[in-house]
Every structure is written in structure tokens, then in C-alpha cells.
Design a protein around this ligand. Structure first.
Ligand code: GDP
Ligand code: MG
Length: 456
């Protein structure tokens, strides 16, 4: 995914303007890239649809730099679908807050139960785990181990009664069965209330594939415990199946959010996009390993970056937001440190950067040390830039690097070549000399180079 997008954005970056066919070509690339990453088709359609609509809208035409605008739109749409701002857990007014985990077998529910308990304990809560997965023989034991690692209590059905209704009946427990996950969950809530645990995390059973029985059971647990949060736990490596699975749990159980696990593997961003888009619920946590501490709040913006996965693009986004060419600035800074004088070639480069940025005044207003020149800038006719550029382009490489050597006959030639009067060339050279001086001073003061040699 990222390689393709990098290419797409590189191509865009090189161009000064984006036409409708540019946008369409970009959309095509993004579409293929997302499909490659196992994002489901309807999600891809929705995504590319919004990007195209926005990219072809007024935003781009008024943009400082169309390429940056498209990048910005792609990023914003990604973040938007991934859930916007990170959402926090909804805590019940009346403890315990009941958090139920649901998902396929092997998705990481039990592991995550421990992580979440550990996380919440660290925040001063007193969580308790409930073993409502009675499907697999060792599921309860596994949760007990997890609970011990997290340092939290585990509510589990009594050992002898774990594996089924009959055993429970024979043990003389009446109609109440310790083998029924719904009952265990409900008992867990009572137990937490009695003991004063403010948060209850219910681990449930999963199957290898979605089935009716599983959904009914999970649904009943949610309803009977009146769960405050139902977190759908899904393996980030699941690929295309993410859509079907997420939809089944969202419809069949009812969920309030999702947890993406195994993000430490080379999982692609595709599942995140599909799950968030299909469920319409935020992804709240990211699980990144087998250890009890390998968990973090899910940050949509970071996941978007992971999907885009490029310093390049992120830099572009920043630039679009700040209207400042940082690469250029770094290069200039390097030059200054290298004790080289500012040349007309540097000047041309800066002019090109400004053109890419579009709005000169806005950009200069943001550059350190340039605020003092604001009044001058406000009076500036941007068309004069073209004249200045024409003059510089009429200079030979030698002249650009040695402005002081530009004598009278050279000045006359430059004036002829660029279609301006000799006095305009004189003015430019005079200002350029002042700019060089200013740059040297800035350097001494350690400041960031501004935009010297400005006409006006
Ligand atoms: P459950 O069936 O949904 O309860 O899944 P488990 O919690 O038992 O996890 C299934 C397997 O995935 C176990 O081997 C876990 O150690 C592993 N696992 C769970 N979460 C992660 C994760 O974030 N990263 C990695 N690498 N492995 C995980
Ligand atoms: Mg489990």
C-alpha cells in the first residue's frame, strides 16, 4: 500500500497543479492500493468517493498547492473513517462499569482482557475479570493466568461445574448452572458489586467462524449484564474477512467500539479501515504484543499515518498546514552552516518554493524574522516576481554565483534578455546585496534564513 501511495504522491508533488485527470489518476492509484491492502470494496468506494468529491471541489482550486491539498484530504478522510478523535471508555454512573469483549476465537480477547485490566488498574481502578468463555477446556485457566499477570482478581465458575449443564445440575446447584456463560457473567456483575470492584471485564467465547449460536450467546450476555461497553476484538491480520465478521458482531451482538489486535505483526491498515467503516464505531485500543503491557489507545491519526506510512507525505501535510517548505529551509540552513554565501541560484530555488506555496504573504508571515517586513510585503505586487525571475534566468551560472562581478555590460545584457530596463537590474542587484548582508547577520545571530532579495 504505502509504496504505491508514495509513488502517487511523489508524482503529485512534482507537478505544480492538479487537474481533474490528475485527481482521477490519483484516485485510481489509491483505490488499487487500498484493495491491495485488503480493504473491502464498499469501503474503498466510499473512501475514494469522498476524496474525489473534495479534491475536485473548491478547496483545491483555491489551494496554496493542489498536491498538498489532495494529500491533506486523503489523510483527513482516513482519520475521519478511522474514528476521528480517540474515544475514552464510557464509565457507568453506578459501578461496576461492565465491559464485555466479543470476537472470533483467537482474535486476542483473553489476552486483551488482561491488558485492559492492567491498564485500568494503573489508572486507579479496581477491575475484575470474568471468565465467561466456557467453550474451551482451558479457557478459564488461561484467564486466571492472565489475571495473575495483570494483578487483578478473576471470577470463574467453580471447577467441577465448568463443562456443561449436567455437571452443574448434579452438583446440586438447582436450576442455576455454572456452565452457562450468561449466568456466569450475571453472577460476575453481582460479585463485583458486592466486592466493590468498579470495573468488570467479561471475557467471552469465540468460534472459528461466525455462527448463530455464538451471536445469540454474546447478545444475551450483553443484554443480561446491561453492558456499558461491548468491545469487538479483531485480529488486524484478518484481511478481507474483517467486513463480514465486524458486520456480524455489530448486527448480532451490538457493539460500542472495537479493539484491533496483533498490530505488532506486519498487519496492514486495511482491517482498521474496514472495521471502523462497517461498524460505524470507533476503534478504541490497539494491541501490540503478547505481554500484558502491549496495549495502547488507538489513535486514528497515527493509524492513518501507518496506512500512508511515509515521512514524505506527513511532511507534505505539515507543509500544507504551515505553508512553509521545510526541506528548503533545511537546505538553506545547511548552506549557512557551511559558510557559503547566498547566491542567485538559491534565490531562484526559493522563488520556486514560494510559487509552489502560492500565497506569498501568508507564507512570509509565518517565517521567523519576516514579520518586520510585513508592511513592505503588503505593498508587494506578486507579478513583479515574474520580472525578477526573468532577470535571474538571464544571468549566466557564473553571474548567479558571483553577483558582485556583474558589471555594466553584463547588466545591460541581462536587462535586454529579460525585457526590463537596466535600472531594474541595478535595483535587483542592490537589494540582493542587502539581502546577502542580512543573511550573514542572521547567521551570526543563529536565526533561520528568511526570504532575502525581495523586490518591492
Ligand atoms: P481469544 O481466543 O480471542 O481469547 O484469543 P487469545 O487472547 O487466546 O489470543 C490468541 C493468540 O494470539 C494467543 O497466542 C495470544 O498470545 C496471541 N495474541 C493476542 N493478542 C496479540 C497481539 O496483540 N500480538 C501478538 N503478537 N499476539 C497476540
Ligand atoms: Mg479466549
Amino acid at each position: 500500500l504505502s509504496d504505491r501511495l508514495t509513488l502517487t504522491f511523489k508524482n503529485l508533488k512534482r507537478k505544480g497543479t492538479v487537474t481533474e485527470s490528475d485527481v482521477n489518476a490519483t484516485i485510481r492509484d489509491i483505490r488499487i492500493a487500498l484493495l491491495d491492502a485488503d480493504v473491502a470494496l464498499p469501503v474503498v468506494k466510499q473512501f475514494t468517493g469522498s476524496v474525489r468529491e473534495r479534491a475536485l471541489g473548491a478547496e483545491v482550486h483555491q489551494a496554496l498547492n493542489p498536491a498538498q491539498q489532495v494529500v491533506k484530504i486523503v489523510n483527513e478522510e482516513l482519520v475521519g473513517i478511522l474514528g476521528g478523535q480517540t474515544r475514552r471508555l464510557q464509565l457507568a454512573k453506578n459501578p461496576p462499569t461492565v465491559i464485555m469483549l466479543a470476537g472470533l476465537q483467537g482474535s486476542g480477547k483473553t489476552t486483551f482482557a488482561g491488558k485492559l485490566a492492567h491498564l485500568l488498574k494503573g489508572q486507579g481502578h479496581t477491575p475484575m475479570l470474568v471468565a465467561a468463555d466456557l467453550q474451551r477446556p482451558n479457557a478459564v485457566t488461561q484467564l486466571e493466568v492472565v489475571g495473575e499477570r495483570a494483578g487483578v482478581p478473576v471470577f470463574a465458575p467453580e471447577r467441577g461445574n465448568v463443562f456443561g449443564h449436567d455437571a452443574a445440575l448434579e452438583s446440586g446447584e438447582g436450576t442455576r448452572s455454572f456452565g452457562d456463560p450468561v449466568d456466569v457473567a450475571v453472577d460476575g456483575v453481582e460479585e463485583a458489586r458486592r466486592r466493590g470492584n468498579d470495573i468488570l471485564i467479561i471475557d467471552t467465547a469465540g468460534r472459528l467462524a461466525v455462527d448463530v449460536e455464538l451471536m445469540r450467546q454474546a447478545h444475551d450476555i450483553r443484554v443480561e449484564t446491561d453492558a456499558d461497553e461491548v468491545l469487538f476484538v479483531i485480529d488486524a491480520m484478518i484481511g478481507q474477512a474483517a467486513v463480514e465478521t465486524a458486520k456480524a458482531f455489530a448486527d448480532g451482538v451490538g457493539i460500542t467500539g472495537s479493539v484491533l489486535t496483533k498490530l505488532d505483526g506486519d498487519a496492514r491498515g486495511g482491517a482498521a479501515l474496514s472495521v471502523a467503516s462497517v461498524t460505524g464505531r470507533p476503534i478504541m485500543y490497539a494491541s501490540t504484543g503478547e505481554g500484558v503491557k502491549d496495549v495502547e489507545l488507538f489513535h486514528p491519526d497515527r493509524m492513518a499515518s501507518r496506512i500512508l506510512d511515509m515521512g514524505d507525505v506527513l511532511t507534505l501535510i505539515e507543509q500544507a498546514e504551515q505553508a512553509f517548505d521545510q526541506v528548503q529551509a533545511r537546505e538553506m540552513t545547511r548552506k549557512f552552516l557551511a559558510d557559503e554565501d547566498f547566491t542567485f541560484d538559491d534565490f531562484l530555488e526559493q522563488m520556486a518554493a514560494i510559487k509552489r506555496m502560492g500565497s506569498l504573504k501568508q507564507m512570509l508571515g509565518m517565517m521567523p524574522g519576516m514579520q518586520g517586513m510585513r508592511a513592505q510585503l503588503d505593498a508587494l505586487d506578486e507579478r513583479e516576481f515574474d520580472r525578477v525571475e526573468a532577470m535571474v534566468r538571464s544571468m549566466t551560472p557564473f553571474e548567479r554565483n558571483h553577483p558582485k562581478q556583474i558589471n555594466g555590460s553584463r547588466r545591460a545584457r541581462i536587462a535586454r534578455g529579460s525585457g526590463v530596463s537596466p535600472s531594474e537590474v541595478n535595483q535587483l542587484l542592490e537589494r540582493f546585496g542587502e539581502a546577502q548582508k542580512m543573511m550573514r547577520q542572521l547567521k551570526k545571530g543563529g536565526g533561520i534564513p528568511g526570504m532575502p532579495g525581495m523586490p518591492g
